[in-house]
Design a protein around this ligand. Structure first.
Ligand code: CA
Ligand code: CA
Length: 451
């Protein structure tokens, strides 16, 4: 840093100080006009500050720089705000607030009219994919009652017909709004001084003739006392029919992206189990399926196609009312009130669920257990050492257990009763901490529940 630069830096610093000091001096009306001072001393303010600073520097006093012209990005940086106007909402012919937000970059589709799996009847916004509980949803800049204990606001309750615009702050705003504004803030601004009557009705249908959506809204508003007060009331009804994925060829099955083959869920019928040996007795099987023809356990051959049951459009019916009034008593003092009523009926439709890896104990004398499956469960190698084969039960134990009378019978055996065996897994001569195996691990069941 050159000496001249340091001087000019100091000069600008002190000029800032001078101008700040001048403000209270002027207010007292006893200040010395800087121009008068310059005329008297023959120096400009900047020159005198430079010389004074130089004198102070010569005296060896510490100079503390309290401000510079270097810009602080924290003061000037603005968070991006995406604004969606009522015109855009109308152009979209959106029926729910979630449908509007879904179009905005930075918003990840969350549970809503097009995401049904996991739907509890509400719809949410998920900014930047950080989670639908990581953003704040406001109505006229104030919070509204959340729909669940996670603090998430049900977007089905937003009176879209009254919305003037939607401000979406897609940046972290925790410092302003609190810990839940990590992903950002969505602020629905309603029509503030709406006067008159607005009635709208719409009917939407897909090009295939299904997925009918009907909507009708009426908004009534009036200003009073020369615009100092306004009251507005809205009432609306919406109804949407389902569009099933099974209704379109393109979505009849899930297609694997690499090979283009149809995929399904392994949680299916016939049931799948873990914990069995292959039929040849050469290796353990992973999660495998019962073959009804042989009663044996074989690699999965029949998957369940869950696609046709799922929906592209979630069916719902909604009736909502919204009323608000504001009155400016004096400048800066305003009373306002608002009321919100919404009754939503959302049909959540997904494919039949299943038992996804539920641990089960299986009695080997179960009359419904095929003999082939029984012997494969018994032959399962429980020993983790690659060179040691330890079957769950020996062939003799297995055969005896098949005809055991009941739990009191000494030959009775059950898969999944556990029991830890310490064992030198890596074969180094000592059984170390963590080495061992479960001699009779549980079998996990995967089975699709048919409707
Ligand atoms: Ca082994
Ligand atoms: Ca060892």
């Amino acid at each position: 840093m050159t000496n001249s630069f340091r001087k000019s830096l100091l000069a600008t610093t002190f000029i800032t100080g001078v101008s700040l000091l001048a403000v209270p001096a002027l207010a007292q009306d006893t200040s010395v006009d800087p121009q008068d001072a310059e005329r008297q001393t023959g120096r400009t303010t900047q020159e005198s500050v430079q010389q004074d600073a130089a004198q102070e520097g010569r005296e060896g006093e510490e100079i503390v720089v309290t401000g510079t012209l270097i810009r602080n990005p924290n003061l000037s940086r603005a968070s991006p705000v995406n604004v969606t106007t009522a015109d855009e909402v109308e152009l979209l012919q959106a029926n729910l607030a979630e449908e509007v937000l879904r179009e905005i970059p930075g918003v990840v589709p969350s549970i809503g009219s097009a995401v049904n799996n996991g739907n509890g009847g509400a719809s949410y916004v998920n900014l930047r994919g950080l989670g639908s509980n990581r953003n704040v949803v406001l109505l006229d800049s104030t919070r509204i009652v959340p729909a669940d204990l996670l603090g998430r606001v049900d977007l089905n309750n937003i009176p879209l017909a009254l919305v003037e615009r939607v401000d979406v702050l897609t940046g972290g705003a925790s410092t302003t709004y609190g810990a839940d504004a990590i992903g950002g803030v969505v602020n629905f601004i309603t029509k503030r001084n709406f006067a008159g009557i607005d009635v709208s009705a719409s009917e939407q249908i897909t090009e295939r003739g299904d997925g009918n959506v009907f909507r009708v809204d009426m908004v009534v508003g009036a200003n009073f006392e020369d615009g100092r007060g306004n009251a507005v009331f809205g009432i609306g009804y919406q109804e949407a029919d389902a569009v099933f994925q099974g209704g379109r060829d393109v979505s009849l099955t899930t297609i694997e992206t690499f090979g283009g083959t149809a995929l399904g869920s392994g949680t299916s019928v016939p049931s799948r189990f873990s914990g069995a040996r292959n039929a040849a007795g050469t290796a353990n099987l992973g999660t495998s399926q019962i073959d009804p023809a042989t009663g044996g356990i074989v690699p999965t051959f029949a998957t369940f196609n869950f696609n046709p049951f799922n929906v592209f459009q979630t069916p719902f019916e909604r009736f909502n009312m919204y009323g608000a009034a504001n009155y400016e008593v004096a400048e800066g003092i305003e009373f306002f009130t608002r009321g919100l009523f919404s009754k939503n009926t959302v049909d959540t439709i997904i494919a039949p669920s299943g038992a996804f890896g539920i641990g089960v104990n299986i009695s080997l004398n179960n009359p419904f257990l095929p003999a082939a499956a029984r012997s494969q469960f018994c032959a399962f190698d429980v020993n983790p050492s690659a060179t040691v084969y330890t079957p769950r039960f020996t062939a003799a134990e297995c055969a005896a257990a098949a005809t055991a009378a009941g739990p009191g019978d000494p030959n009775y055996r059950e898969i999944g009763t556990g029991g830890f065996v310490a064992f030198d897994v890596n074969g180094n001569g000592t059984v170390e901490a963590g080495e061992g195996y479960n001699r009779n691990p549980q079998s996990a069941l995967f089975r699709q529940h048919r409707l």
